[in-house]
Design a protein. Structure first.
Length: 367
């Protein structure tokens, strides 16, 4: 979309009214306001003055001088398109797993930071987030836009689990598990103040397809029971997941004999497709494990997501691992160095988070 046929003044109110009438998204509205201010200013003022005027109004949300200068150049050459231009030689495919991993590792990450890490433009980052189902709430990306039915389901499950826990505490019987993409390169480029003439320190960008490995881990209030790293090219299918459950069962019998033989396992996982497939349900019935209720779209009440993976990612930040063996060694040391109280705290937090779900009428826990 262009603005070549639009007669506008530099008045912000008029420009805002123009883009509102076209039902642009909030992100696109902001971009067009900036661009039009540059366009209407380019005929009569210098680029630097235009940038200063916009920054006086929008403060830290204003575009940088470099962006304004780029738009000035386009407008004066007769190009009024405000969308990001494709970069030469850039592949069209973007690794959605990496985009998801970046958001899961840091729910407050901005589209600009994702674009920087993936070497793509902001609009591509935004489109992929929407395609993956993420929505922004209180400047935090959440995995789904919850419907009233979703919220009611979350409240219902939370009340049921709270009632059961009050009658007969069962947290020490829970075995929980989940998957997480581990990036080899966890070094992020940060802005630094430099003296005039000094160049920025070079930092390699992750690219569209950075190296990664999928961690599959199961644990309880005492610690890690079993974990695996999938080989390159492998994905979690129902058949693969059933094979993993067989190995997990052997690990539970070895490391938690009382749980396996007397108390009984209460197994917790989310509603990913391999976890709820018919083959998986048959396997869990064969193992005679009780399945803990877990409402869809609810990573905020999954201990791996809100506790274990958060701590793991904080530990990984700034690290650059060069092989799957290096990743495995790092994970082994990380899991072993955590005291048993760390794992117990993660499971015990479930009660508090179920209560919060009820208090918030099923809405997401933002923390």
């Amino acid at each position: 979309m262009t603005v070549s046929c639009v007669s506008l003044t530099s008045d912000t109110v008029q420009i805002s009214r123009f883009v509102r009438e076209r039902n642009f998204s909030k992100w696109r509205m902001k971009r067009y306001i900036y661009g039009m201010l540059c366009y209407t200013s380019s005929e009569r003022s210098e680029c630097w003055n235009c940038t200063k005027n916009i920054q006086d109004v929008y403060l830290d949300r204003a575009p940088a001088f470099r962006a304004v200068k780029k738009w000035f150049g386009r407008f004066r050459n007769g190009d009024f398109n405000m969308d990001d231009q494709p970069r030469s030689g850039r592949p069209s495919a973007i690794d959605d797993d990496i985009v998801s991993a970046l958001v899961e590792n840091n729910p407050r990450i901005t589209t600009e930071e994702i674009a920087e890490r993936m070497n793509i433009d902001n609009s591509s980052a935004f489109r992929h987030l929407k395609k993956l189902g993420f929505t922004s709430k209180l400047d935090t990306w959440v995995p789904h836009s919850l419907t009233e039915r979703n919220k009611l389901n979350r409240v219902s499950v939370a009340i049921s689990l709270l009632g059961r826990h009050e009658k007969e505490p069962f947290l020490d019987r829970i075995v929980t598990g989940d998957e997480k993409w581990i990036l080899y390169n966890n070094v992020q480029q940060k802005r630094n103040w430099k003296k005039a003439g000094e160049g920025a320190e070079p930092v390699a960008k992750a690219g569209l397809h950075p190296m990664k490995v999928l961690l599959c881990v199961w644990w309880d209030c005492r610690g890690i029971i079993h974990f695996e790293l999938l080989r390159h090219g492998e994905t979690i299918t129902a058949d693969k997941y059933c094979e993993q459950l067989t190995r997990l069962d052997a690990a539970i019998r070895e490391k938690r004999p009382v749980l396996a033989n007397r108390k009984g396992v209460i197994f917790h996982h989310d509603n990913a497709r391999p976890h709820v497939a018919i083959q998986t349900l048959r396997k869990l019935k064969e193992l005679k494990w009780e399945i803990l209720q877990h409402p869809p779209y609810s990573p905020d009440i999954s201990p791996s997501d809100f506790h274990l993976f958060r701590s793991l990612q904080n530990s990984l930040n700034g690290k650059n691992l060069n092989s799957v063996e290096a990743v495995e060694n790092y994970l082994t040391n990380f899991f072993q160095e955590k005291p048993s109280s760390f794992y117990k705290n993660g499971i015990d937090k479930l009660v508090e988070r179920w209560e919060t779900i009820v208090e918030k009428d099923g809405d997401y826990i933002i923390d």
